[in-house]
Design a protein around this ligand. Structure first.
Ligand code: SIN
Length: 308
């Protein structure tokens, strides 16, 4: 079955891809994504300078999900600007994820990265793991100003990666921000920030940074991810493409994201836990499920969730 999808005019050979952060920091990792069945190469969120990230241990997988506080380890935007043109040879979209510690950082990085011609840029407003730095996506005013500035320097499609919102009022506010910023797509959601996982045996936290607080991912966040995909799909009446992220472990999870309104999904925790073979498995599981249910393609069921 053809699992391709189109987002903001860019064709993806399949609707499955890595989430920014999962196995996508180094040249080797990015090229391995290029050789894999991932439908895109999404870079790690890049900052002005290269970063080693937070002290280890900073990732912990457990049955049901993961907690991380990576702290944006990345090569710095100049390195990705050099790498991106070479990644295009893999014949799939390259998505550059842009982060920063100030509005100026985002603008500087976006301007230079745009010149290296990724297929799309994803602006990450939702990293929960930098000590002392609140998630920008929880401040509508700063988000709007920042996105409008980035929009001015970006000519490729610009998307926004948002944190989870747990109240319709916050989703409505952010939908207004997104509308006013001219974004071309959304990635929903980043990890559920500042969770805490405890090891009762050792009576301690399972990761070191920030006293053990970190972003939750994997199966346990799927209902929150689906709710955000659905809410924003409705707020934009299906007209703004959404990449669903959160809780994708099986082809059925991908299908649920599609039903809620996603045009594609990103895979984080399951990619880290299972490796690059996950894209073949998810593709097969999704194709089998769609065939069994009589859906001719992923787009045929996009947003088609029935309400009781
Ligand atoms: C991290 O590097 O800490 C995770 C990135 C993110 O959540 O955006």
């Amino acid at each position: 079955m053809d699992l391709s999808t189109t987002i903001a005019g860019v064709r993806f050979p399949t609707c499955l891809m890595n989430a920014a952060g999962a196995l996508c920091v180094t040249r080797e990792e990015l090229e391995a994504l290029g050789r894999s069945s991932s439908g895109a190469i999404v870079t790690k969120s890049m900052t002005l300078e290269a970063r080693a990230g937070n002290p280890e241990p900073r990732y912990h997988g457990f049955p049901g999900g993961s907690i991380n506080s990576m702290g944006l380890p990345n090569l710095g935007y100049r390195a990705y600007a050099e790498l991106i043109p070479g990644l295009r040879k893999f014949g799939k979209p390259v998505v550059a994820s842009v982060a920063g510690f100030s509005e100026d950082d985002f603008v500087t990085i976006a301007r230079v990265i745009n010149q290296s011609q990724p297929d799309l840029i994803e602006v990450n407003l939702s990293c929960p793991n930098i000590p002392g730095e609140p998630q920008i996506g929880y401040d509508p005013e700063i988000s709007e100003r920042l996105l409008q500035r980035v929009r001015k320097v970006v000519t490729v499609p610009m998307g926004v990666k948002l944190p989870p919102y747990l109240d319709p009022a916050h989703q409505q506010t952010m939908a207004r921000v997104i509308r006013n910023s001219g974004a071309d797509f959304l990635s929903l959601i980043n990890s559920v920030g500042n969770g805490l996982v405890v090891d009762p045996q050792r009576e301690c936290t399972v990761i070191k940074p920030k006293g053990g607080f970190g972003g939750l991912g994997g199966a346990l966040i799927k209902p929150v991810a689906l709710a955000n995909v659905r809410a924003f799909w409705k707020l934009f009446e299906g007209r703004l493409p959404i990449i669903g992220t959160g809780g994708v472990v099986t082809g059925t999870d991908v299908f649920e994201h599609l039903l809620c309104g996603a045009s594609a999904v990103q895979v984080g925790t399951t990619l880290v836990e299972d490796g690059l073979g996950v894209f073949d498995r998810l593709g097969k599981e999704l194709a089998d499920l769609l065939t069994r249910k009589g859906h001719p393609s992923p787009s045929a069921c996009r947003g088609a969730l029935k309400e009781l």
